[in-house]
Ligand binder design. Structure first.
Ligand code: NAD
Ligand code: MG
Length: 416
């Protein structure tokens, strides 16, 4: 029985992880959950999973959750009630919970950094969904991993695919994963991308893209931030940096391929030119299950892949003009040091501004480019945690400043 902690339990990754735990009660038990503001869902999860600890990002909500637990009829109320924690320290305590074997990081954004570090320092294995943490703080997270011996199992579907392909190559045992060292015998990584919500839109229409347009993904059902990242292709750019850290390849050896069907989840090319791929329906449950069960594979009753039903698998190179975020991400990855943290924070802030309808869709890459440009003079090549946190904060403020420069009137004329 594996004990798991789920950070961001109320989100898309978190709820799917809990569904897996429910489907395999003999294999997994949930001992810790953390969440943002959705108390209704937290109460429901407490009743179903009876975790030992629950941590809320906002300490102010802990009292309300305690009240709600006490209002439950005695026969439904878990006994003992879970320990309730709040705020940043509470999240970190839950992430390092002593009885947990594996921590699923489903918090969105750089907010996941400190809890992830707490889990690593406690020696926990990680199912890494929260890519922003590794991207912003690779130079801090990787040495901590080497020190603690924690294993980083990729939950992102592309990186899970790469990881699964490499399990079949004897040179690249899983132990090498996440050390940042090049994986022997591995020559190239091919990351597939659906192309997001606007892949078939004429480029001149992108200026009119609304929040509703950008948050409806053709293949995957995910949280709002990552769905917008898919539409800009920043998600794939961030995944290139994630792959660089996980598998130790240079940026020149990591490529993006548009694959509209989202069936081939990514591919590896080995030294002899052989190419291996992992296939499946676009469903995050499979990579999540593999993180939970690794190194074993569990027998599931899930819908099996039917390639005849899919019919066609197509691939094309991405159009760099349509997706400027891709080049911004490669440039930040190559610059290394603090630049990916700036790219990530500027992106988080720009996407939040877009979701609040304060900037246009095409402003997202403009804002990120300006903020990365401004950071060049202060760039640090080997930052410590405090420097990463400082540039993260700076980049968020700088993005809001640049947005006011772009749109001096309080509310820009936005498409509806
Ligand atoms: P989501 O918005 O659905 O859920 C985010 C979770 O984090 C929620 O539980 C929320 O309460 C919590 N949260 C939000 N802000 C927080 C804060 N400041 N402090 C603490 N907790 C906070 O997001 P998601 O789509 O599940 O994505 C989670 C992570 O997984 C992201 O990093 C994303 O890039 C990655 N990911 C998601 C998918 C997917 O299919 N959804 C696929 C690959 C990778
Ligand atoms: Mg992905």
């Amino acid at each position: 029985m594996k004990a798991i902690a789920v950070l961001g339990s109320t989100g898309s990754i978190g709820t799917q992880t809990l569904e897996i735990a429910e489907e395999f009660p003999q294999r997994f038990r949930v001992v810790a959950i953390t969440a943002g503001r959705n108390l209704d869902r937290v109460v429901e999860q407490i009743l179903r999973h009876r975790p030992e600890v629950v941590a809320l990002a906002e300490a102010d909500l802990v009292g309300e959750l305690r009240e709600r637990q006490l209002q439950l009829e005695p026969e439904r109320r878990p006994d003992p009630l879970p320990e309730l924690l709040g705020g940043r320290d509470g999240l970190c305590t839950a992430a390092a919970w002593p009885s947990a074997d594996l921590v699923v990081t489903g918090i969105v954004g750089c907010a996941g950094l400190l809890p992830t570090l707490a889990a690593i320092r406690a020696g926990k294995d990680l199912a890494l969904a929260n890519k922003e943490t590794l991207i912003a703080a690779g130079p801090v997270v990787l040495p901590e991993l080497r020190r603690s011996g924690s294993r980083l199992l990729p939950a992102d579907s592309e990186h899970s695919a790469l990881f699964q392909c490499l399990q079949g190559t004897p040179e690249a045992e899983s132990a090498r994963l996440s050390t940042g060292e090049p994986t022997p015998g591995l020559r190239r990584l091919l990351l597939t991308a659906s192309g997001g919500a606007f892949r078939d839109w004429p480029p001149e229409d992108l200026a009119k893209a609304t929040v509703a347009d950008a948050t409806s993904h053709p293949n995957w059902s995910m949280g709002p931030k990552i769905t917008v990242d898919s539409a800009t292709l920043m998600n794939k750019g961030l995944e290139v940096i994630e792959a660089h850290h996980l598998f130790g390849l240079d940026y020149d050896a990591i490529e993006i391929l548009i694959h509209p069907q989202s069936i081939v989840h990514s591919l590896v090319e080995l030294a002899d030119t052989s190419v291996l791929a992992q296939l499946g329906w676009p469903d995050m449950k499979l990579p999540l299950l593999y993180c939970l069960s690794w190194p074993e594979r569990l027998d599931t009753p899930w819908r099996r892949l039917d390639l005849a039903e899919v019919g066609q698998l197509t691939f094309r190179r991405p159009d760099r003009g349509r997706y400027p975020c891709m080049d911004l991400a490669y440039a930040a990855g190559r610059a290394g040091g603090t630049m990916p943290a700036v790219l990530n924070a500027a992106n988080e802030e720009a996407v939040a501004l877009f979701l609040r309808e304060e900037v246009h869709f095409l402003d997202i890459p403009r804002l990120i480019e300006r903020v990365c440009e401004r950071h060049r003079v202060d760039h640090r090549s080997d930052p410590c945690l405090e420097e990463v946190l400082a540039v993260d904060g700076w980049a968020r403020t700088a993005t809001r400043e640049e947005s006011r420069r772009l749109h001096p009137a309080a509310t820009p004329a936005l498409p509806r």
